[in-house]
Ligand binder design. Structure first.
Ligand code: AMP
Length: 211
């Protein structure tokens, strides 16, 4: 079984590229952000705690997110392989993932050096509240305004995709997640891609790596 890990700042295009990889290769996309949002939507006790953290742009505790990911990995639909979007975000998470056995692993870093590029992408992003499909008012507008082309759900900006919250998410990314990228640089080959290009160009580079 293969595991593909996508790294990159919020807005680098991890979710969009994970969707394309899932569609082309049949590997299952696992977004820890989607798992967190599902918990918030169900208004569980955990979900209520998550809401406060997510709306501030912080990270939910390592032990909880690791448990949630492990539970997701117990489902049968990942048999062919899986793509992780949004995990690991800390060294503790990276170590926990390393302990989860896998036949082969490919780590891809979607790199964008200009912060205003990711901020603009995040601010034009819209997400389906039902299935998590990603749209963008600039690059991929939904065919029918406000309606998801995949499942018919409502498409709108995420509550944490605001200018204020994205600034904090980028701060957290620089403080916690950058060191995870170094961890992978030492652990195995890390494929670094210029993710400031178009969705199609980035995906072409990814397919070159996966072939
Ligand atoms: P994302 O959709 O990946 O941007 O995730 C949205 C939010 O969910 C993040 O800003 C965090 O608050 C939370 N989250 C998602 N993945 C993780 C993770 N691996 N560790 C901690 N918090 C996470």
């Amino acid at each position: 079984m293969i595991r593909i890990i996508l790294f990159g700042a919020p807005g680098a295009g991890k979710g969009t590229q994970a969707d394309s990889i899932e569609k082309k290769y049949g590997y299952t996309k696992i977004s820890t952000g989607d798992l967190v949002r599902a918990e918030i939507k169900s208004q569980t006790k955990l979900g209520r705690k998550f809401k406060t953290v997510v709306e501030k742009g912080g990270l939910v505790p390592d032990d909880i997110i690791i448990k949630i990911l492990k539970k997701r990995l117990r489902q049968k639909d990942i048999e062919k392989g899986y793509i992780i979007d949004g995990f690991p975000r800390t060294i503790q998470q990276a170590k926990a993932l390393t302990e989860i056995a896998i036949d082969s692993e490919i780590a891809i870093y979607l790199k964008i050096s200009k912060e205003n590029v990711v901020v603009n992408r995040v601010l034009s992003r819209m997400t389906c509240t039902q299935c998590g499909a990603i749209f963008s008012s600039k690059e991929i507008p939904p065919k029918k305004e406000g309606i998801c082309a995949v499942c018919g759900g409502i498409v709108k900006p995420r509550s944490d995709d605001t200018e204020e919250v994205i600034k904090n998410r980028l701060r957290v990314y620089r403080k916690e997640t950058k060191s995870v990228i170094d961890y992978y640089r030492h652990k195995e080959e890390l494929f670094e891609i210029d993710a400031s290009r178009t969705i199609e160009e980035v995906f072409e580079t990814i397919t070159g790596i996966l072939h």
